[in-house]
Design a protein. Structure first.
Length: 112
């Protein structure tokens, strides 16, 4: 089946990034970003091993991988492969690569 599950934080990231891109570059660019992100999710769901493993300090995120969004390479998808018969990926975050990724995940770990 190769499903794509999006965490609320990933959905929030997508909305924030799209709004920023719309403000900076226009609606067409924001829409292309969202389409490219969805394409990346679909590709990853079919081949979850494509992304490289991301070393994060928390054991909670030991199996996290990252993948750049085609056409928007500064934006990274952080995800986990879904094991079992369903297969696919769980998208945790979509972040700009210039951010302090470890800090973002540390903050996520401390959220309820």
């Amino acid at each position: 089946m190769n499903q794509v599950t999006r965490r609320p934080s990933a959905i929030r990231d997508l909305v924030e990034q799209a709004l920023y891109l719309e403000e900076q570059a226009g609606l067409e660019v924001a829409e292309r970003f969202l389409e490219a992100a969805e394409d990346a999710f679909t590709d990853l769901a079919h081949m979850p091993g494509m992304g490289r493993r991301r070393e994060l300090p928390s054991p909670q995120f030991a199996d996290v991988r990252q993948w750049a969004i085609r056409g928007f390479e500064n934006y990274l998808v952080f995800y986990r492969p879904i094991t079992g018969s369903a297969g696919g990926v769980e998208v945790l975050r979509v972040l700009h690569g210039a951010r302090d990724i470890e800090r973002v995940f540390d903050e996520e770990e401390s959220e309820p």
